[in-house]
Write a protein that binds this ligand. Structure first.
Ligand code: SF4
Ligand code: SF4
Ligand code: SF4
Length: 246
């Protein structure tokens, strides 16, 4: 029997779900390994009998909290996909404001009616079996992960920084072009796509385990930059703090 796979979306642009749809050439291979039983974006059938639930999006409403708890009860494994689900991603930027002020800023007086709570990663509400970072997820990494899960293996993520991938590609370091880059402390896995196309990494894959912060500080100092300046860039995808939701 093939594992039964479902995809759920929470607060997000749903770009990570779309990234799955864009695995055009590989989708048939994936469907040889799993039975797709529920996915609002791609099918009308639905099922509560689920082995693997892929979840994109942060949890940022009371309704979302209830829904992810139901998903957790239904599914054997829950896998967070994309920065929003992995660590709150861009959504966590709203946590800087009180929810009352935020609702008023966005919706004016009608804001009081809106169900919104500080955004949090899926793992802050229910146990997660695996989480894939990235905004959006990396297609190859996604396919490897689904393959591993379908075969009962534990997926893994690269445990080295983005600079390793970037140097393998023989890119010219963007620091030498006067740009900022979070590559020295960001988890690899995207093929260093932003520096490859001449942009600094914004850290959408989050910190690598045990980042060598001192080495990054030295690199910044060489280029006349401070940690404070560079952390403002890292904040875009990594501003979630447990204190905001406790
Ligand atoms: S991680 Fe990025 S691409 Fe994926 S759902 Fe969130 S905002 Fe969209
Ligand atoms: S700092 Fe950025 S551009 Fe420079 S090597 Fe590392 S990842 Fe590449
Ligand atoms: S280079 Fe950095 S910002 Fe760009 S996709 Fe990779 S981790 Fe994300």
């Amino acid at each position: 029997m093939k594992p039964r796979l479902a995809v759920f979306s929470f607060t997000s642009c749903e770009g990570c779900s779309l990234a799955i749809l864009e695995c055009e050439n590989e989708l048939l291979d994936i469907l040889n390994l799993v039975d797709l039983v529920r996915w609002r974006e791609a099918m009308t059938e639905t099922s509560d009998d689920i082995d693997i639930a892929l979840v994109d999006g942060a949890i940022s409403t009371h309704h979302g909290v209830e829904k992810i708890r139901k998903v957790r009860k239904m599914a054997g494994k829950v896998v967070a996909i994309g920065a929003c689900a992995y660590n709150g991603g861009l959504n966590a930027l709203k946590n800087r404001y009180g929810m009352g002020k935020l609702k008023n800023m966005v919706y004016g007086e009608a804001g009081a009616e809106f169900d919104t709570i500080p955004a949090r990663p899926v793992s802050a509400v229910v146990p997660v079996d695996f989480a894939l970072p990235g905004c959006p997820i990396d297609r190859d990494e996604f396919i490897r992960t689904v393959r591993d899960l379908a075969l009962g293996k534990t997926p893994t993520l690269p445990e080295y920084p983005l600079c390793v991938e970037c140097k393998r590609k023989e890119n010219v370091c963007v620091f030498f072009q006067g740009k900022m880059c979070m590559g020295p402390v960001t988890r690899a896995g995207c093929g260093a796509i932003c520096p490859t196309f001449g942009d600094g990494c914004e850290g959408c894959r989050g910190f690598v385990d045990n980042p060598n912060v001192n080495a990054h500080k030295d690199t910044l100092a060489e280029h006349g930059l401070s940690v404070r300046e560079v952390m403002q860039h890292f904040d875009m995808f990594n501003s979630y703090n447990e204190r905001d939701v406790s």
